[in-house]
Unconditional design. Structure first.
Length: 244
C-alpha cells in the first residue's frame, strides 16, 4: 500500500489520533506539519516523530490563509490535509446538562469542530483546485455523528460528515479525494482515558476502547492509492458501537 500524497498538514497533531496519523505519514515518507494551540506539546511531539510544527488555532479564521501559506512554505508544497482538531464538552451532550449550555460553550465547540474544519478544508482545496493538483482531505469526525443531536459536539460532527459527502462528490472529478473517519470511543485523554487505565469498555460490542493505532491504520488506507474510489465517505471504526 502506497500513500497517495507526500506533503501534509495535520491539525491537532500533538497528541492522540492526530499524532498517530502524523507519525505514520512520516514513517511512510511524507513531510508533515502538525498544528495545535499548545506550543510546548507541539514542539515535544514534533521532535519525537520528525515533524515540522506551527501554533495554530483553527477557530481563528482571520489567520487561516496566513498560517496555511506558512505551512506550504515549510513543506515546499502541499497535497494532504488531515483535519483532526476538535474539542468535546460531554456534560452538554447527553442528559439534562444540555439545558445549561451557554452561547460561549456552543461557539467554542462549533468554531473549532465545524467552522474551523470547513474553512481549513476550503483553504486547502482552493490551493489544490486552482493549482490543478491532486490531493487528499481526511476529516476526523466521530461515531457521535450517528447519534441524536443533543449538543454542539454531535451537531458539529454530523455537519462535518455532511460536508465530507458534498465536497467529496464535487471535487472528485478534479483529482481531490475527500473522505472522513468516524472513530468510536478511543483510548485518549479526550475520552477520559489515561495511560495505565483499563481498555475495557462495556458500551462497545467488542468490549474495549479503540486504539489510536487502529484509527491511524484506517487513515493510511484512505490516503493510499488503493482507496482512490472511496469518495465522500466517513468510515466508522467503532467496534460496532453505532449498530443499534
Amino acid at each position: 500500500m502506497s500513500i497517495r500524497t507526500k506533503k501534509a498538514i495535520v491539525t491537532g497533531g500533538s497528541r492522540g489520533i492526530g499524532y498517530e496519523i502524523a507519525r505514520r505519514l512520516i514513517e511512510a515518507g511524507a513531510e508533515v506539519v502538525i498544528t495545535g494551540r499548545n506550543e510546548e506539546a507541539l514542539r515535544s511531539a514534533a521532535e519525537k516523530i520528525g515533524a515540522k510544527w506551527i501554533v495554530w488555532d483553527v477557530a481563528d479564521i482571520s489567520v487561516m490563509q496566513e498560517n496555511f501559506d506558512k505551512c506550504v512554505s515549510m513543506l515546499d508544497g502541499f497535497d494532504t490535509l488531515v483535519s483532526n482538531a476538535g474539542v468535546l464538552t460531554p456534560q452538554h451532550e447527553w442528559g439534562i446538562g444540555m439545558l445549561d449550555l451557554t452561547e460561549d460553550e456552543w461557539d467554542t465547540v462549533m468554531d473549532i469542530n465545524l467552522k474551523g474544519a470547513y474553512f481549513m478544508m476550503q483553504t486547502a482545496v482552493k490551493y489544490l483546485y486552482r493549482g490543478k493538483l491532486r490531493g487528499n482531505v481526511l476529516n476526523i469526525a466521530s461515531v457521535a455523528a450517528t447519534e441524536p443531536g443533543y449538543g454542539p459536539y454531535v451537531t458539529s460532527k454530523s455537519g462535518l460528515v455532511s460536508l465530507t459527502r458534498g465536497w467529496g462528490r464535487f471535487f472528485a472529478p478534479h483529482g481531490i479525494v475527500i473522505n472522513g473517519i468516524g472513530p468510536g470511543p478511543v483510548a485518549t485523554e479526550m475520552n477520559g482515558w489515561h495511560e495505565g487505565d483499563s481498555m475495557e469498555n462495556s458500551r462497545i460490542p467488542t468490549g474495549r476502547f479503540l486504539t489510536v493505532e487502529e484509527v491511524g491504520a484506517m487513515a493510511m488506507y484512505l490516503l493510499s492509492e488503493e482507496a482512490n474510489q472511496i469518495i465522500g465517505q466517513t468510515i466508522m471504526i467503532d467496534g460496532g458501537y453505532d449498530i443499534k
